[in-house]
Design a protein around this ligand. Structure first.
Ligand code: PLP
Length: 441
């Protein structure tokens, strides 16, 4: 158990993201001071299992000294130069080559950003610019999903399907629409199989396209597995059918790989695990394992060709392809690659977590829909397992549960009443056991 922790002084001047700052001022926060492997340590010396890899990002775990050394060296040699206006630098070239090497099929081009939200906004602008460049300027509408998450910028928050975010700031922006999520447990009809539901949920896309007109639709965007929505794993029939629909109506298919990318599901990218091929995919987080902010949008040859035909793309960030972040990301990918970390997720720790996650939580009366893929997993707190009835105030039970874990030095996350975990990819079987022992104590 932790000792009393308030640190009220720590929130005197800082407005925290996704927080009720008035509450933080009253009750204080927990101060994290160091980290190693899968553990973070607070200012009172508690060792905490980070079952969320920070914010789903510290894929190679904390304390990888090699990354610190690479950052130091790059800072000394070339701390900054931009990639605008006919310039580049070796760090960003190396990273681009590495990304193309690990990316299957015909992805040969990368656009750099500093975060997942910037990757998503970049993708939105890119998709619309692509369609105008190839002579379809009316193809502007982008379809996302309710309970999807695509970041906090105006574009990302609009495309995401979090109604609480839309309510703040007059969102969504124009030409963004949503269809429902492929959540079998919550949305399937009685007696409908997972496979049947997967097709029906994908067909909601076709219905939306027909309602709005394919000549107006630019792209469909989805996370291969919804992360912040509560680790919603679609049935195996879902993504192949989505891909078929996008092809049929000449609509770009975009995977938001900000969480699923770089090994989380047991392959480099989530679309490989879920069995589809996008035209564009957005990434961030695991690209540098969170050691520095960097994101990347990967673009296939067809879209690249259209973009090149459109002349200058008036878009970019001062820090697009930042040399220090690029050097660190390159080394991070090398570590993931050379140490076979992703293969271990696919063949060893992923299957082990799935088994242990099931065993651990199936004995609890209020737990249902126990699910996992690679090293991301979830379950839903429900009022009644048999009738699938949710608690009335969706989310409040989840927060209670999350806070109990946190008190017991375990970080899991509550996404409404979905409890989720996504530990660093270097977690061992023994550490999985320890994590679950705390969770079920
Ligand atoms: N897209 C997805 C799928 C995400 O999960 C997130 C963040 O969790 C984002 C985009 C936004 O990323 P960032 O917080 O780095 O802006």
């Amino acid at each position: 158990m932790t000792k009393k922790t308030d640190n009220k002084h720590a929130v005197k001047h800082h407005l925290h993201p996704f927080s009720d700052n008035a509450q933080l001022k009253k009750h204080g926060v927990r101060m994290m001071v160091k980290a190693k492997g899968i553990y973070v340590y607070d200012s009172e010396g508690n060792e905490i299992i980070d079952g969320m890899a920070g914010l789903w990002c510290v894929n190679i775990g904390y304390g990888q000294k090699k990354l610190a050394k690479i950052a130091e060296k790059q800072m000394e040699v070339l701390p900054f130069y931009n990639t605008f206006f006919k310039t580049t630098h070796p760090a960003v070239i190396r990273l681009s080559e590495k990304l193309v090497e690990i990316t299957p099929r015909n992805f040969n081009h990368v656009f750099y950003t500093n975060s997942g939200s910037e990757s998503v906004d970049t993708m939105i602008r890119m998709v619309r610019h692509y369609w105008s460049s190839v002579g379809h300027p009316n193809k502007k509408i982008i379809i996302g999903r309710w309970n999807g998450y695509h970041g906090s910028t105006l574009g990302g928050a609009s495309l995401g399907g979090m109604k609480s975010m839309h309510e703040q700031g007059d969102l969504p922006i124009a030409n963004i629409v949503h269809i429902d999520q492929p959540w079998y447990y919550g949305l399937a009809d009685d007696n409908e199989s997972e496979e049947e539901f997967g097709i029906r949920a994908a067909n909601w896309l076709e219905e939306k396209i027909l309602a709005l007109g394919a000549d107006k639709i630019a792209a469909f965007v989805g996370e291969p597995i919804q992360g912040a929505g509560g680790v919603i794993i679609p049935p195996t029939t879902y993504w192949p059918r989505i891909e078929e629909i996008c092809k049929k109506y000449n609509i770009l298919l975009v995977a938001d790989e900000v969480i699923c990318g770089y090994g989380r599901t047991g392959n480099w990218f989530g679309f490989e695990t879920l069995g589809f091929t996008p035209d564009i995919f957005t990434t961030a987080k695991g690209l540098s394992s969170g050691y520095l902010p960097i994101g990347a949008v990967l673009v296939n040859d067809k879209v690249t060709e259209g973009l090149l035909a459109g002349g200058e793309f008036n878009h970019g960030f001062t820090y697009s392809g930042h040399p220090v972040a690029a050097a660190v990301a390159y080394e991070n990918l090398n570590i993931l690659d050379k140490k076979n970390i992703i293969e271990k997720v696919r063949t060893k720790t992923g299957p082990y977590l799935r088994k242990r996650w099931q065993e651990t939580f199936s004995k609890f009366k209020y737990v249902a829909d126990i699910r996992s893929e690679g090293l991301m997993c979830g379950f839903t707190l429900v009022k009644n397992r048999e009738t699938r009835e949710l608690f009335d105030d969706f989310g409040s039970t989840g927060l209670i549960c999350r806070d109990i874990f946190f008190k017991n030095n375990l970080i899991f996350r509550a996404c409404g009443d979905h409890m989720v975990a996504a530990p660093p990819l270097i977690i061992s079987k023994k550490e999985i056991d320890n994590m679950l022992a705390i969770a079920s104590a």
